[in-house]
Design a protein around this ligand. Structure first.
Ligand SMILES: *Cc1c(COP(=O)(O)O)cnc(C)c1O
Length: 408
């Protein structure tokens, strides 16, 4: 018999070793590899069980408040003229962003495995807050490793984590930021891999994390596709999402991979195209291996991860999940860039015209949608609004207060 029914694209990758084409895999020390294999086996067994699926569905509905709505931006669309811009409102997911989707999945897996502690690193603190939320829900202790510099910079998130009961471990070696926090968290995990579990914050890291996080975010794409069809009777022409590590983008993209829908990943161009001024790894990076996986990354002269920058701290990561590298390479996705200034303009534009204050990360996707809308007046554009902007208000007004006086 011929194989006239190929697997959907989402089911074709990764392979059993975690490869999306040549990207992904697991590049970790042998003692850690043993744990990754154990997590993968447990994941395959547990996550397909009926009890697990039922419990996660109940959590999505009653705790997270899912499904989140799809919303038509009438005012913004009218202002541009022609194209129709819609938002998938992940900002209305409990705790204000999409990250809780994979944190609840990871913590539920930990519960099924009898783990006594959740360990993670955090940079800007968003992942730490989402995981602390999940830990409180399940009654599992949470330990968040965070660089001393980030702790000072991201005070409100540190306070949130503490209120939610998480232990924040201050990391004071090296540059005292995300890289050192990752090393410290992995070390803590390796000290007790039987009783603890590492919970990664995006579709990055060694196999099976890019797969697991994508699957926990897949709910966004499933809902969005159904809701859009119900609202309009058709699929959108374009789906747009910002890409840091790539979890919110993989969540929504994974609902449309086999459809005639253009998928646009948006990277932060920051202050410009010079290395160190942006975090557009797919746009300007090259193949390389870091943090336990192979992907496209921004490298400094010595081959180490380059310093990166974006006004949106959730996007300043020097690489991208391996599935994004794969989808770009096979031509399934388009990658665009948006500068700080364009993102800030979109932040105010959406706030003024629709009464929705987006996270600075999400504002990058909105800015890209505005550009697309101008070029494609006959098309529908669905944006994944990954989070709300409450966390960014003070920073935006202090640095970009003049934008508040403009007309939108
Ligand atoms: C963390 C974060 C992002 C970036 O992470 P991805 O894994 O690329 O989705 C985007 N938006 C918000 C609101 C975030 O908190």
């Amino acid at each position: 018999m011929g194989t006239s029914n190929p697997l959907p694209l989402r089911r074709q990758v990764p392979d059993d070793k975690g490869f999306f084409g040549k990207f992904g895999g697991s590049f970790v020390p042998p003692e850690l590899q043993k744990e990754m294999d154990a997590i993968y086996q447990a994941y395959q067994r547990v996550c397909r069980s009926h009890d697990f699926i039922l419990e996660l569905r109940a959590i999505r509905k009653h705790f997270q408040g899912r499904p989140t709505p799809v919303y038509f931006c009438r005012n913004l669309s009218n202002k541009i003229g022609g194209a129709r811009i819609y938002l998938k409102r992940e900002d209305l997911n409990h705790s204000g962003a999409h990250k809780l989707n994979h944190c609840m999945g990871e913590a539920l897996l930990a519960k099924y495995l009898g783990k006594k502690k959740l360990i993670a690193e955090t940079g800007a603190g968003q992942h730490g807050v989402a995981l602390a939320t999940a830990g409180a829900y399940f009654g599992i202790p949470v330990e968040i490793h965070m660089g001393e510099v980030d702790i000072a910079k991201e005070h409100p998130n540190v306070v949130r984590m503490k209120i939610l009961g998480a232990k924040v471990v201050s990391v004071s070696v090296g540059a005292k930021t995300l890289k050192e926090a990752v090393d410290s968290a992995f070390q803590a995990y390796l000290n007790d891999p039987v009783n603890s579990i590492y919970c990664i914050g995006s579709v990055v890291g060694p196999h099976p994390f890019p797969l697991m996080v994508r699957e926990f975010q897949h709910v966004v794409g499933i809902e969005a596709r159904e809701q859009f069809l119900e609202m309009t009777g058709e699929l959108p022409d374009n789906v747009v999402a910002c890409v840091g590590g790539g979890s919110n983008a993989m969540g929504i993209f994974s609902g449309f991979l086999d459809d005639p829908v253009e998928l646009h990943g948006v990277e932060p161009l920051g202050r410009g195209a010079k290395l160190g001024d942006h975090a557009a790894s797919l746009t300007y990076g090259s193949e390389g291996t870091m943090h336990g996986f192979h992907s496209i990354m921004l490298k400094a002269a010595d081959g180490e991860p380059a310093p990166v920058y974006s006004v949106a701290s959730g996007l300043d990561y020097p690489s991208t999940g391996p599935e994004h590298a794969y989808l770009k390479t096979i031509g399934r996705t388009e990658v665009a860039t948006v500068s700080d200034d364009e993102a800030i303009d979109a932040f105010f534009r959406l706030s003024r015209l629709e009464g929705i204050i987006p996270a600075l990360e999400s504002a990058h996707a909105v800015a890209c949608a505005i550009k697309l809308a101008k070029e494609r007046p006959a098309q529908d554009i669905l944006v994944n609004l990954s989070g709300r902007g409450d966390k960014d208000l003070d920073f935006v007004m202090a640095k970009y207060g003049a934008y508040a006086d403009r007309e939108y």
